[in-house]
Design a protein around this ligand. Structure first.
Ligand code: PHE
Length: 460
């Protein structure tokens, strides 16, 4: 595809797509969702969702993208079903919403890197004050958004692909080392027990839908990010194995992040239910315990790599609306990139203020029948990541199974995987996309909206 750009190699695509998947969702969000969702029970449900429901949706998204070489909305038109463009447009909107709050948290990560470089380990206990310093944190947010825009403006293979290939492996090494260290600490095993021994009485409907939202968010699914990345993938590549590698990398790193964090939480006598501040409160003390120079080195490296992991995700979030503007509205890439980045930063300002600085945005809304209020940032997250992504996944599964149809999507996969349609996996994908994904995703979506926003609960 002349002019649109392509990934230069299979590894490049996998690194970029895994880079999109692996981010704050794995290292920041997954542990606090586990902590708030009762531990191992949440982990089990999450894993089941990833492999049973999300993997087929991922294959579907990449296939739609590669078949059309177009953005999330244009892809549906090119396949001949313009009426389904709205799925892609919903994705563009979800991407804009997610990036608006994601960039705020990425700004925290970048800020923590600077604090670690300066040896300020006390920052862990001052997290609450740190995030209300909105001018400082906002400035980190501007730097982060600008870095994202810079990479996206350089295009697919020079920007996105190059950055991902180096950063991902380094991150894994440092998390692994920290995990091993955590296992040697007193009370570390209590953390492991919390994380790995399920207590099924902790499973409520809320735990189930949070796990589903988390699975979609973490795998970058349901909003066309992988349609868009798939659109830069060449016909020779094997979509099914690539998707499997991306899923394994993402789930593996989330799992490791949990293994790393809970021993540290229990060792320091902190609460696993600490919420969105969990890693920011917990880790600085751990780095301090490493002593002097080591603490500074490991601490800075950790938050630097966390920032990079976030960067390969923000890049994919920004790429979705940018590809849409470039393909559909014939906008110049540079103009689309910087315009969108500026707009999304502005849309993120209420989220920036929603962590204690502004009373109004911090307790922005109380849903029907709820006891406590939610911040503006929570609201955006609940709508985009917990509702729109599973909805997008539902629509994509229905589209692929019933509108585009089996012979067509199979044929596209066969391009890079001759003989695939005869395999067991092909039958499994066909079955899940046809029956399991629509039913489960559809049901959970409806029940989530009813219970979360309207206080209508069928499960007590
Ligand atoms: N998967 C990313 C993460 O875990 C976030 C993301 C969601 C990126 C949706 C792109 C699309 O951090």
């Amino acid at each position: 595809m002349a002019g649109r750009g392509n990934f230069s190699s299979r590894l490049g695509f996998i690194a970029a797509a895994a880079g999109s998947a692996v981010g704050l969702g794995n290292i920041w969000k997954f542990p606090f969702e586990v902590g708030g969702g009762g531990g191992a029970a949440f982990v089990l449900i999450y894993l089941a969702f990833c492999f049973v429901l999300c993997y087929p949706v991922m294959v579907a998204e990449i296939t739609i993208g590669r078949a059309t070489h177009l953005n999330a909305a244009g892809a549906f038109s090119k396949l001949g079903f313009s009426r389904f463009r709205f799925i892609g447009i919903l994705g563009v909107i979800a991407g804009i919403m997610i990036l608006s709050f994601y960039n705020v948290v990425a700004g925290w990560a970048l800020g923590y890197f600077i604090e670690m470089v300066m040896g300020n380990f006390a920052i862990g206990s001052q997290f609450g004050t740190f995030i209300t310093n909105v001018f400082k944190v906002g400035a980190y947010g501007i730097v982060f958004m600008a870095a994202t825009a810079f990479i996206v403006s350089r295009g697919v293979s020079q920007g996105i692909e190059k950055a991902s290939k180096i950063l991902m492996p380094t991150l894994i090494v440092i998390i692994l080392s920290l995990t091993i260290y955590g296992l040697t600490l007193p009370n570390g095993s209590d953390g492991i027990a919390f994380y790995l021994v399920p207590d099924f009485s902790k499973i409520t409907f809320e735990v189930v839908y949070n796990a589903l939202g988390q699975a979609f968010f973490s795998l970058s699914l349901g909003m066309g990010a992988l349609i868009t990345y798939g659109s830069y993938l060449s016909r020779e590549e094997n979509i099914v194995t690539s998707a499997a590698l991306i899923t394994l990398a993402d789930v593996g790193i989330a799992f490791l992040a949990g293994l790393m964090i809970f021993p540290f939480v229990f060792y320091q006598g902190l609460e696993p239910t600490g919420g969105a501040g969990l890693i920011f409160v917990t880790l600085p003390g751990v780095f301090e315990s490493l002593g002097g120079a080591w603490g500074t080195i490991v601490g800075s490296l950790f938050f630097l790599l966390l920032s990079f992991a976030a960067l390969t995700s923000t890049v994919s979030l920004l790429e979705v609306p940018v590809a849409y503007l470039v393909d559909e509205h014939k906008m110049k890439r540079g103009k689309a990139v910087w315009g969108m980045a500026g707009l999304i930063f502005l849309l993120g300002i209420p989220s920036l203020l929603a962590n204690g600085y502004s009373e109004f945005f911090s307790s922005f809304i109380t849903y029907f029948g709820a006891e406590s209020s939610n911040s503006f940032m929570d609201l955006v997250e609940h709508i985009s990541s917990d509702s729109f992504l599973p909805l997008g996944g539902f629509l994509i599964a229905v589209f692929v199974a019933y509108v585009w149809r089996k012979e067509n999507w199979m044929a596209e996969i066969e391009n890079g995987a001759p003989g695939f349609s005869e395999t067991f996996l092909a039958k499994y994908l066909d079955f899940t996309l046809r029956y399991i994904c629509p039913v489960i995703l559809g049901a959970i979506f409806v029940l989530t909206v009813l219970s979360r926003f309207f206080g209508v609960n069928f499960f007590g």
